[in-house]
Each structure stands twice: as structure tokens, then as C-alpha cells.
Design a protein around this ligand. Structure first.
Ligand code: MN
Length: 222
């Protein structure tokens, strides 16, 4: 159904770095804007390349995580529309993942720029839902297409945890949102989620984070 673009940094001295090792620091400087622009460019370029080679179907969606800082940047819609145009990517094929914390930091600008992004035709997903404030006002106020249930929920095993997952799924469905479960690792979890009506699953069960070449080998097998 799609892929989520994840960033890694091959550092000459420290080796392979995960986002948690450098995104916070980048967010404190202006570098995060350049990283965001680069990630958006790479994701669109990759999708265009896969389309061209016939590796993915025309409904394949590329998800891109957006930093809190970028969300409050009023140039965001322009950056996105330029990048889409440069690679001739249909806006419906790109989905921006945003977190509540990011929206909270600049409610007014975020609402404004997300509405503009949405008008371009780009899809919006609320990431890590269920942890943090889970403020339903945001779900109402922002033009969200998809809820991504945080992995920590999916790990829960007792009856109460399962009830909560089910309740969040029903909430999403009632609001006409697509619901995705993050961090799905076992068949048992997948079966429970499917029975609750969850639309999609993401996690080690369906695929670990992979480099482009390895992901292409997975595409070949499908
Ligand atoms: Mn994400």
C-alpha cells in the first residue's frame, strides 16, 4: 500500500545514526529546514523513479515525516508544491505525517499551512496517536485523513489495553479516517487489529526499515 520514508545518517566517524541521534539537535538550528526539504525531495524523486520503472502501482503512497519546526513555516505549501512539480508526482501519492506536539507548538500557523497543503491534494496523517495529549480538538480542527495508532498501544496485552486499541479504531472509523496500527510485530496482533476493523498495519511483521535497494527486492517479490 505504501512506504514511510525514514532518515538515517551515515556519519564518517560515528557510523549509522538514527533520527533520535540528530533530529533534536537539527531542530534547534536552521538545519532542520534543509533536512526536511532534502527528505521531501528524495521521497518524491524515489516515488517518481519507482513509478517510471513500473515497480509500484498507481495507488502506492509515500509517507514523509515532517518536523515540528517545518509545520510552523509559512513556506511549507510552496516547498511541497515545488517539489511535487519538480518530480511530476501526483499530490495524492504523498502523505505528510505530523505529530500532535508539532501542531501544538504553533497552532495558528500549523492550521493555516496544513489547510494550504491539503488544498494541494497532499494527504495528512496524525502520527503517534494515543500518546501525548490525544487532543480530539486537533482531529476536528485539522484536515486529517489518517490516524496512526502509536506502537506502545499495540504492544499492550491485557484486556484493558485491547479495549483501548479497539476504542481508538472505532473512533477513527466514526470520524471517517483511515486507521493504521504502528509497531505490529506478531500475527496475533494483526488478527486482533483486523477483527477490530483496523485498515492497515505497519511494523516488523510487514517489514523492517530497509535501504532502497533492499526495499526494491521486496517490491519484486510482490
Ligand atoms: Mn511516522
Amino acid at each position: 500500500m505504501g512506504a514511510e520514508a525514514l532518515i538515517r545518517w551515515r556519519h564518517p566517524k560515528w557510523g549509522f545514526l538514527a533520527p533520535m541521534d540528530f533530529i533534536k539537535i537539527a531542530e534547534e538550528s536552521s538545519l532542520i529546514s534543509r533536512i526536511d526539504a532534502w527528505v521531501m525531495d528524495r521521497a518524491c524523486r524515489q516515488l517518481a523513479e519507482w513509478d517510471h520503472a513500473g515497480r509500484v502501482h498507481s495507488a502506492f503512497v509515500m509517507s514523509v515525516n515532517l518536523s515540528a519546526r517545518r509545520l510552523s513555516d509559512e513556506n511549507l505549501p510552496a516547498l511541497i508544491s515545488e517539489t511535487l512539480a519538480r518530480h511530476r508526482v501526483d499530490p495524492h501519492r504523498i502523505e505528510l505525517e505530523i505529530t500532535e506536539t508539532a501542531m501544538m507548538q504553533s497552532l495558528e500557523t500549523a492550521a493555516h499551512s496544513l489547510a494550504a497543503v491539503k488544498r494541494l491534494g497532499v494527504r495528512l496523517a496524525l502520527d503517534d496517536f494515543g500518546v501525548g495529549y490525544s487532543n480530539l480538538d486537533y482531529v476536528k480542527r485539522f484536515p486529517i485523513d489518517k490516524l496512526k495508532i502509536d506502537r506502545s498501544f499495540i504492544r499492550g496485552k491485557n484486556a484493558q489495553a485491547l479495549l483501548l486499541i479497539d476504542a481508538v479504531i472505532q473512533l477513527g472509523k466514526k470520524l471517517n479516517l483511515q486507521v493504521v496500527a504502528e509497531g505490529v510485530e506478531t500475527d496475533e496482533q494483526r488478527e486482533f487489529l483486523a477483527a477490530s476493523g483496523c485498515d492497515m498495519a505497519q511494523g516488523y511483521l510487514t517489514g523492517r526499515p530497509l535501504a532502497v535497494e533492499a526495499f526494491e527486492r521486496v517490491l519484486e517479490r510482490h
